[in-house]
Design a protein around this ligand. Structure first.
Ligand code: BGC
Length: 496
């Protein structure tokens, strides 16, 4: 097998961790429809089951820092696959809401571990000129996982046990497949196993590159030998900058509202005028497809065009599309508010209908209150569809993959596992917060302001990238560390 094929196989195998993540993001929406009835779950109960995965992912990500540092990325990915398999079967076999919640927590732990271990492991094995593309495969598999879960949900309804149980398949592939993959050379070297590290480098890189990589890794280790505790690694300027940059971007990846759009796309479309449920579901499937297809843009461009340009274009597109959505939905919120006050003044309204909360956007977000008559005009429906598609496409070629790429490649060796864990933990924490507050935000501020809030978050992220993100494309991990360690007055280095 040629070196290229071998490295590609490693990247694809590791990306199966993304499948677990994506499948789980999508599967719950379909399963909840039937779980709710089976376990007589209240709205809060459904929220607990849904958020258990995110809490588990947060814990898994934090624990993965220690585990990966000690046992390496290969072993961490195998462990994640195994935990996921147990969690998927336990979810499928659950007999009560409590066991289901615990099983979902377990699934989340598996996801959190791979989110740390997969990008890190691939970054440490890939050649510098293809590293971005190879880590992006992880995001590609997330988007494919989301699509597959939509299809499984449609095909296996109402059998929620099948929906959860099928999640074990990518878990098995990951756990078994990784056992045939090599350990990361940088981890081997950090454990003093230089001869094995050299063997892996010889199998994955061209001879000259393998030689210089080994020298760089050795020099990196020598310079950090005196540090007996992991936290001392963060005394270096490079590690601290990597931590601030990756954690900020990981948190902003969620604060710009991606999962609010992914989870609630059908209802947003219904609110905008695609009242027919089938039309709304089709529109959602289109969103899923765009998410997959646009990720290929990054696969093709990330190593040539660079990380910064893609992020800047993508974030600018997201600011624009969210801004237009915010303005377009203003007319809705206004007409909803008018309706509410008319209903209230007629004094015949029920408590629910008279509550602004129930008649703004929350009626769209909660299935039982879906509007039965068209509310949006046809043009608004189409404008919404276009804006959501532009938003998803821009996310899919920028913040989606590049956050994982940067998390994987920015940290110096000694700070890598812990740094990755903190950035990923931040991502899941923010994901949890947005999920937990999205409906309340719609209720409190209306759809229009919620979209405008996401737009302003995207604007902050754009400014952050412009001023603080150095270009890392084409550099070896050791060169990135040197770049980040250089003091620079403008706060960024190598911007093109
Ligand atoms: C994000 C997920 C999101 C997915 C959508 C990932 O990069 O971390 O939260 O659901 O992209 O494609």
């Amino acid at each position: 097998m040629s070196k290229n094929t071998y490295v590609m196989l490693i990247a694809i195998m590791t990306a199966c961790g993304g499948l677990l993540f994506g499948y789980d993001v999508g599967v719950i929406s379909g399963a909840l429809l039937f779980l709710g009835k089976k376990f007589s779950l209240t709205d809060q109960g459904q929220e607990v089951v849904t958020s258990a995965v995110l809490v588990g992912s947060f814990l898994g990500a934090l624990g993965a820092g220690w585990y990966t540092r000690r046992f390496g990325g290969r072993s961490a990915n195998m462990l994640a696959g195994a935990i996921f398999v147990v969690g998927a079967f336990a979810s499928a076999a659950s007999g009560s809401a409590e066991t289901l919640t615990m099983s979902r927590l377990l699934v989340g732990i598996g996801i959190g571990i791979t989110a740390v271990a997969a990008p890190l492991y691939v970054a440490e094995i890939a050649p510098p000129d293809r590293r971005g593309m190879m880590i992006t495969l992880y995001q590609l598999f997330i988007t494919i996982g989301i699509m597959v879960s939509y299809i499984v949900d449609l095909a296996s309804a109402p059998h929620w046990r099948v929906m959860f149980g099928l999640g074990a398949v990518p878990g098995v592939v990951l756990a078994v497949g990784m056992s045939f993959m090599p350990s990361s050379p940088r981890w081997l070297a950090s454990r003093g196993r230089m001869a094995e590290a050299k063997k892996v480098l010889d199998r994955t890189l061209e001879p000259a590159l393998a030689e210089s990589a080994l020298r760089d890794i050795q020099a990196d280790l020598d310079s950090q030998k005196s540090q007996s505790h992991w936290w001392l690694a963060f005394r270096s300027r490079a590690a601290r900058r990597a931590l601030v940059i990756t954690t900020t971007l990981a948190v902003f990846q969620q604060l710009i509202g991606i999962n609010a759009i992914i989870y609630y796309a059908p209802r947003i479309f219904q609110k905008a005028g695609f009242v027919d449920e089938k039309a709304a579901l089709w529109a959602t499937l289109v969103v899923g497809l765009v998410n997959v297809v646009a990720t290929f843009i990054t696969i093709g461009m990330v190593d040539k065009t660079g990380r910064r340009k893609l992020l800047i274009w993508g974030l600018a597109g997201m600011v624009t599309s969210l801004g237009i959505l915010g303005i377009a939905f203003k007319q809705f919120d206004n007409s909803d508010n008018q309706k509410t006050s008319q209903q209230a003044s007629a004094a015949t309204a029920t408590t629910t209908a008279a509550t602004p909360a129930a008649s703004t956007f929350a009626d769209v977000a909660s299935p039982k209150d879906l509007p039965s008559t068209p509310e949006g005009s046809e043009s608004l429906a189409w404008l919404t569809l276009v804006c959501v598609i532009v938003y998803i496409a821009c996310f899919a070629f920028s913040m989606g993959p590049l956050v994982w790429v940067l998390i994987g490649e920015m940290f110096p060796l000694q700070a890598r596992c812990t740094g990755n864990a903190i950035a990923c933990g931040g991502n899941y924490f923010a994901n949890f917060i947005v999920g937990a507050t999205f409906l309340s935000m719609l209720t409190a501020f209306g759809a229009s302001n919620t979209f405008l809030l996401f737009a302003s978050m995207a604007m902050f992220a754009l400014l952050f990238v412009l001023f603080f993100l150095p270009e890392t494309a084409g550099r070896t991990l050791e060169e990135i560390e040197r770049d980040l360690g250089e003091p620079s007055s403008s706060g960024h280095v190598r911007t093109s």
